[in-house]
Design a protein around this ligand. Structure first.
Ligand code: FAE
Length: 550
């Protein structure tokens, strides 16, 4: 064995020991967390500033879900003078837990971290051969790892939807790719008006390039750039909604750390401009928007008196139903996310609650081609013990190889010598949702083998980098000897595709006054991270709906 390799082995060994010690404290933290759930189950939720919906309310506009689509709809309707009520199945996330923080850290998941699970289902399930998942108390936590049979779909739960848990990477697709993303939409309009409007509304900006060059917390991204460029791949800065000035202060030690404390998957306590701080704050400021957290829509059906009867379950923080309500809404906006909206619509059509919906409902679902992998670097290429949880860089091989890869952090707090990537790929497979009357559930026909094209496309980048650098894939992040994180997606898209299940502005066919305004409109792929496109499309559609329908 060469001296280098021996050194490397020694380093890995000590890393491993430190990591295990770290994991011990993580387990400890989880145990403390479990005994510290607020004793009154709904205490945290009920302290929300929201006035929950009355059991017999009648509202002009009801929005199901408070993610990107729902927040845009609520703000623009309110600005047009319409009273809006948002029904959100997750918590308000506006009240600190016993540790004084609203959100749990990525390295120490606790009761706040997962939606109604008794064991964590972490996207990176293993490290150095050791499984990382652990028991947690069942709670209406922030991240849902929804098992759709063949694929785990990660989604945010709470007021703010996916903006609560995502990396904030705010990417506008390249214009030449837009025709494949939303074929029925006028690209000029999107790039001249709605993408700029969405970027402004979301508070998108790019890292200061000079700071990037010197910040210790982006050593991992600089290593990612070096490897990409040495293999001839275009490298680009990716905009984000994180407050970069705040991050500089985190690095300087003058404010509490959030991105630099590894906060991301289970929420950021500072710094990230979630929808709570942007669209939803503006919406509430109109005085015309109210929100019911821990309220889940179960049915929508035409009301005899006009409009729609909306069945709602009120939940406590164990997930138990504490009340049921039936309210009436003149118009209903489905913004429950790709999976949430698709599941509702497929069930409502199949059970006869909304018989007029067409046969396109539930179709055209894709995973945005998500696949993850890690690479093991040489010991002269450390990626840094301190890693900002907010990614800021990407490798673009879309045109040549069908892959766009985020250079992602591994914020473990120790030097791992690992480079980690989430690739978005041009995966051609599309699944559909269908109603299983026997189980009373909506199912997705995704097949695990459908990830192979994504792996092949991601390899168009990483095989080349590994060959050039003389490095190998990590095999310890997703199980024992498993290279690819091909069991999941962060980017569910489709299920109520624009111009198919709806008209070209999201009006559902078959029932007037019902709209889809979230990621389910987009047929499975955006070529980059999706929320800017979801937001821009929602801006476009709501403008037309307000002008023509209200
Ligand atoms: P979403 O934001 O999912 O909002 C739907 C809301 O509806 C949720 O709050 C649900 O709790 C709620 N809901 C569902 N069903 C019901 C019901 N029956 N009744 C009441 N409420 C309901 O939908 N995208 C990027 O562009 N950049 C990133 O860096 C990025 N990173 C990500 C990281 C992670 C870990 C995850 C999970 C996602 C990430 N995404 C990212 C994806 C992005 O968050 C996602 O595309 C959007 O949030 C989808 O927006 P929608 O409005 O469609």
């Amino acid at each position: 064995m060469s001296a280098d390799l021996q050194n490397r082995g020694h380093h890995r060994g000590s890393s491993r020991r430190r990591f295990i010690i770290g994991t011990g404290s993580v387990l400890g933290a989880a145990a403390i967390g479990s005994s510290n759930i607020p004793t009154s189950a709904s205490a945290a939720a009920s302290r929300s500033s929201s006035a929950v919906i009355a059991p017999d309310a009648r509202v002009p506009a009801l929005v199901i879900g408070s993610g990107y689509g729902g927040s845009v709809a609520a703000l623009r309707l309110a600005q047009a003078g319409v009273d809006v009520h948002i029904v959100e199945m997750g918590m308000a996330w506006d009240t600190p837990g016993p540790d004084g923080k609203i959100f749990a850290n990525t390295t120490s998941p606790d009761y706040r971290s997962f939606w109604l699970r008794t064991r964590t289902r972490q996207p990176l399930s293993n490290f150095l051969g050791y499984p990382l998942d652990k028991d947690v108390p069942r709670y209406t936590g922030i991240l849902d790892a929804e098992d759709m049979g063949g694929i785990i779909v990660y989604q945010g739960r709470g007021v703010g939807g996916g903006s609560l848990v995502n990396g904030g990477m705010a990417v506008t697709p390249k214009r030449e790719n837009f025709g494949a993303v939303l074929p029925s939409v006028d690209a000029d309009e999107m790039y001249d008006v709605y993408y700029p409007r969405a970027n402004t509304g979301l508070g998108v900006s790019t890292i200061d390039p000079a700071w990037f060059e010197t910040a210790a917390c982006y050593q991992y991204a600089r290593v990612g750039r070096k490897h990409a460029e040495r293999s001839g791949f275009p490298f680009l800065f990716v905009p984000d909604v994180y407050d970069w000035e705040y991050m500089k202060q985190e690095a300087a030690g003058t404010v509490p750390r959030s991105a630099l404390a590894g906060e991301i998957l289970y929420g950021n306590n500072h710094g990230k401009k979630t929808l709570q701080k942007t669209y939803l704050a503006q919406a509430r400021a109109t005085g015309k928007v109210t929100v019911s957290p821990l309220h889940r829509v179960t049915t929508v059906t035409p009301a005899a008196t006009g409009g729609y009867l909306v069945g709602i379950e009120q939940l406590d923080t164990t997930g138990a139903v504490t009340a049921t309500k039936t309210v009436t809404a003149d118009r209903v906006f489905f913004a429950a996310g790709s999976v949430g909206t698709s599941k509702l619509l497929v069930r409502l059509k199949a059970t006869g609650a909304l018989p007029g919906l067409n046969g396109e409902v539930g179709k055209g679902w894709g995973d945005n081609g998500n696949v993850m992998c890690g690479r093991a670097n040489h010991m002269w290429d450390p990626t840094g013990a301190l890693q900002s949880a907010i990614p800021t860089a990407g490798i673009d091989n879309w045109a040549a190889g069908g892959a766009f890869a985020e250079v992602a952090p591994l914020p473990t707090g120790i030097e791992t010598y690992a480079s980690f990537y989430l690739s978005i790929t041009k995966n051609p497979h599309r699944a559909h949702f269908s109603w299983n009357a026997a189980s009373g559930k909506v199912e997705l026909n995704w097949q695990t083998a459908w990830k192979q094209p994504s792996i092949d496309m991601a390899r168009s980048i990483f095989d080349r980098i590994n060959a050039k650098e003389g490095t190998i894939y990590r095999t310890d992040l997703f199980g024992a000897y498993k290279i690819w994180g091909d069991h999941l997606t962060y980017h569910p898209l489709g299920g109520a595709v624009l111009s198919k299940a709806t008209d070209n502005y999201g009006r559902l066919h078959g029932h007037s006054g019902l709209y889809v305004i979230d990621g389910s409109l987009i047929p499975g792929n955006t070529s980059v991270n999706p929320f800017v496109t979801i937001t821009a499309l929602a801006e476009r559609n709501i403008e037309e709906i307000i002008a023509a329908d209200l």
